[in-house]
Design a protein around this ligand. Structure first.
Ligand SMILES: *[C@@H]1O[C@H](CO)[C@@H](O)[C@H](O)[C@H]1NC(C)=O
Ligand SMILES: *[C@@H]1O[C@H](CO)[C@@H](O)[C@H](O)[C@H]1NC(C)=O
Ligand SMILES: *[C@@H]1O[C@H](CO)[C@@H](O)[C@H](O)[C@H]1NC(C)=O
Ligand SMILES: *[C@@H]1O[C@H](CO)[C@@H](O)[C@H](O)[C@H]1NC(C)=O
Length: 376
């Protein structure tokens, strides 16, 4: 079960080589006496495929947030699906995304550090989604937000698959045949992506969306149990201009309540196919190499997508009021360099209310500043 981290480039293992200072925690007395009103907005992290809530990489990021003086007393929660780390890791491959979202909503609603106004005067939290954790958290925002529900301030996703994947992520070359990754691939040999088995039991199948093939796309619209729903995509009959079922207006209402939506993609992501998914779009040229060559990024402008044009989920509304930020982190999938992490942190705490207007990180600089990318 312990996978060699360097090889395991699947959606979500975080770099362990994050050289973090040991946290200078305020003494408990100081923490208690400081005004509760100055408490920063709490943070919720949902990790990606193959990762687990108790992994060293995740815990070091949590610790990094907790140790920052500008985020003093911050509460950080890592979403946990399953009773222990191994079960949580397994649940990233197997299970039902809709149920996992329900579980996460229950878990977060039961946290006094988030829900209790004495402990969290803002009543809100910021959500950071790594890879597939990004679209799962978006599900939390759309389904469990709104009046009396969970109140997410900023949603920040890194390398997430908002417009799906058109190829399954590869397993590490020599992972055991009993590894969850191999078992997942094996189960999809035996049942098709949109079978009810896969749509209830294999998480990546539930955000599989082959944009490149009309027949496959029709299967997605008919059979996807998760992504199609949270993207408010419906089967449309263009002649009679009717749709199979109404789009869920609640999703749109809740999503628009976000203060900021921050979508970060990795410049050299070859794990997420198409990598444009992290920016909530598709490749501009469906003939472009898949996976694209590093650095060759060719994305459709948002305005060319029906989901955006017709504002299925409120993405356009967020963008038009200036609260959509799309940025690039240098590196391969889920190799979070220092600069990348700092651009996430810029949307937390007091600064997070306005946030920087753009998440920096210029792709062209990649080669020159290679050392910024921490290796596993
Ligand atoms: C829309 O989503 C909300 C929240 O998940 C749900 O309660 C409601 O039943 C949905 N409405 C429709 C028409 O599906
Ligand atoms: C994978 O292969 C490499 C080199 O072939 C080897 O060093 C490593 O131990 C292998 N890992 C596992 C989990 O078998
Ligand atoms: C649509 O999905 C149903 C099951 O939900 C299946 O019976 C039917 O064959 C599917 N239709 C197409 C065109 O894929
Ligand atoms: C993509 O490839 C197909 C077949 O090779 C070709 O007919 C089509 O014109 C190409 N499209 C673009 C946009 O290059």
């Amino acid at each position: 079960m312990i996978l060699p981290p360097r090889l395991f480039t699947l959606f979500a293992i975080l770099p362990l080589a994050f050289a973090l200072p040991s946290p200078a925690r305020p003494s408990p007395d100081v923490a208690r006496s400081s005004s509760s009103l100055s408490r920063p907005v709490p943070v919720v992290i949902w990790h990606g495929l193959g990762d687990r809530y108790d992994a060293a990489g995740l815990l070091s990021l949590k610790q990094d947030l907790e140790s920052r003086s500008e985020l003093e007393n911050i509460f950080v929660h890592i979403v946990k699906i399953g009773l222990d780390g191994a079960a949580d890791q397994k649940a990233t491959f197997f299970g039902n995304a809709n149920s996992h979202i329900e579980l996460a909503c229950e878990q977060l609603s039961a946290l006094p550090e988030i829900m209790d106004r004495d402990l969290n005067p803002s009543g809100k939290f910021d959500a950071i989604g790594f890879s597939q954790g990004g679209q799962l958290l978006r599900g939390v925002v759309e389904r469990c937000g709104g009046k009396g529900g969970l109140n997410v301030r900023n949603l920040i996703t890194l390398g997430s698959q908002h417009l799906g994947i058109s190829a399954l992520p590869p397993c590490p070359p020599n992972s055991s045949i009993f590894s969850p990754c191999r078992l997942m691939h094996l189960s999809l040999v035996h049942s098709s992506i949109y079978s009810s088995y896969a749509q209830n039991n294999i998480i990546p199948a539930q955000y599989f969306r082959n944009y490149n093939d009309e027949v496959e796309l029709a299967k997605y619209l008919n059979g996807s149990s998760f992504l199609r729903d949270i993207n408010n995509e419906r089967i449309e009959d263009l002649e009679s201009s009717t749709i199979s079922e109404p789009r869920n207006e609640t999703y749109n209402d809740n999503f628009k309540r976000l203060n900021k939506l921050v979508l970060l993609r990795f410049s050299h992501d070859q794990t997420v196919v198409p990598s444009t998914s992290a920016h909530f779009t598709l490749p501009a040229n469906s003939n472009s190499t898949t996976p694209p060559l590093p650095g060759s990024y060719d994305a459709l402008p948002l305005k060319d997508l029906p989901l955006y044009q017709k504002d299925y989920i409120g993405l356009r509304s967020i963008d038009e009021r200036g609260d959509l930020v799309r940025g690039v982190c240098k590196g391969v999938h889920m190799q979070i360099g220092k600069k990348c992490w700092e651009s996430v942190v810029a949307f937390l705490g007091e600064r997070g209310e306005r946030g920087p207007e753009e998440a920096i990180l210029d792709e062209e600089e990649y080669h020159e500043e290679h050392s910024l990318v921490f290796q596993l």
